[in-house]
Ligand binder design. Sequence first.
Ligand code: TRP
Length: 475
Amino acid sequence: MVAQSTATGEGWSSRSAFILAAIGAAVGLGNIWRFPTLAGESGGGAFVIFYIACVFLLGLPLVLSEIFIGKAGQTDAVGSIRKVAQDSNVSEGWGIFGGIGAIAAFLILSFYSVVAGWVLYYVGVFGMDLIQAIGAGDPFRGALMGESQEMIQGRMGDLFANPGLLLAMHLAFMGLTLFIVARGVHSGIEKAATILMPMFFVLLVGITIYGAVVGDLTDTLAFLFTPDWSKLTPTVMNAALGQALFSLSLGVAGLITYGSYIKGSEGLGGTSAMIAVADTGVALLAGMMIFPVVFAVGLDPAAGPTLVFQSLPFAFQSMPAGSLIGFLFFVLILVAAVTSSISLLEVPTAWGIGELGWKRSMSATVFGVGAFVVGIACLLGYNVWSDVRILSFWPLFAETDILDTIDGFTGKVMLPLGALLTSLFVGWRVDRRMVQKVTGLSGGWFALWRFLIAWLCPIAVTIILVTGLFPSILG
Ligand code: TRP
């Protein structure tokens, strides 16, 4: 590893540190909460197969492109795009999509921390239950014994009705995120990833095996992998494409930022493939972890966003060691969320350092506190501000609460827009020899990548953008 100087002067200590951090950024609430929710709502197999196609045909070429820009630019997203543009003799105005990305990352972080706060609350609920179980001399009992289904499922509504509790959880999660990012790339982000990711994988494999043993794996595999193509409607395809972008952390310059801390000269093809494979593998394993338990208790796989927070806690009541496994399950989601939220905060933080000349601690604090404040609006949208519609003039968001509006606006507008601009920039404007040199791609792989990034991505992403914005086109 040859040290080079960057605007932030920081870098990963090894190739594997970068890979772990990037996988940490990709694997998050998107894999464990959103993917099973969508797969369940969309009827399983056909969605899953279409999703996998999106990841490898659209997502993977974009992952490579973002990392390429960062590695070539060696500074924050805006600066890196400008540098690549300069070296290719095209307008530096392309830098603007780095700025849009930083704003999008900031907005995603604001509600991501609120949802992660719900997870933290359930870690607390199951943690206390586990302590009681141990105190009662029965650590392997089911979860929340003696509580009715209504009580267990009502917890979520009680939490949502309690702004103080939501705020405390949001504050704790954002505080942790800010603490890690303020410590820097090496002693903050990289260290968190190298400790948390191995822990995450052990928990994931362990709970998946548990689910297979005590739950209903046969039904799960049939549900997840037997396609009923009639269920693959345009709306479902649209959701699958959007989910692929979100899950791979694409479209908001997150991987540009992480890529800019690469110091070595390694090729990027294998690295990008590892990130895409790991992210998709985790999403599928999360499905194989959650649905066996859901099916074993005869619950509805199409429960929607409450699947993880209402259905699962109830299911854990009748499962062997449900208290312990429930606790570990929510710890697992929390770990995944932390390694993602730090990547979201790092994008605007690096921008503040690179473009405004701020110190890291100051930049991280400004954006961390800012996202915390926006997040407060999101959580109040569940109680005191439940009637507020921030984009009420826009039919698509006329009925959605504050959190869903910011989620929908970033996911349906900003993320696809960022991905579209990335593919047009890298596919059409950037000097090809630079791409080959920095990525190490050549021959057939390069030709394949170029076809996907220059043709398939712009066309498919435009379709997502348009159909996402004007769902009435889909009929
Ligand atoms: N990919 C993460 C998840 O699945 C979320 C995330 C982290 C993200 N960084 C991002 C989403 C950047 C979009 C852009 O939970």
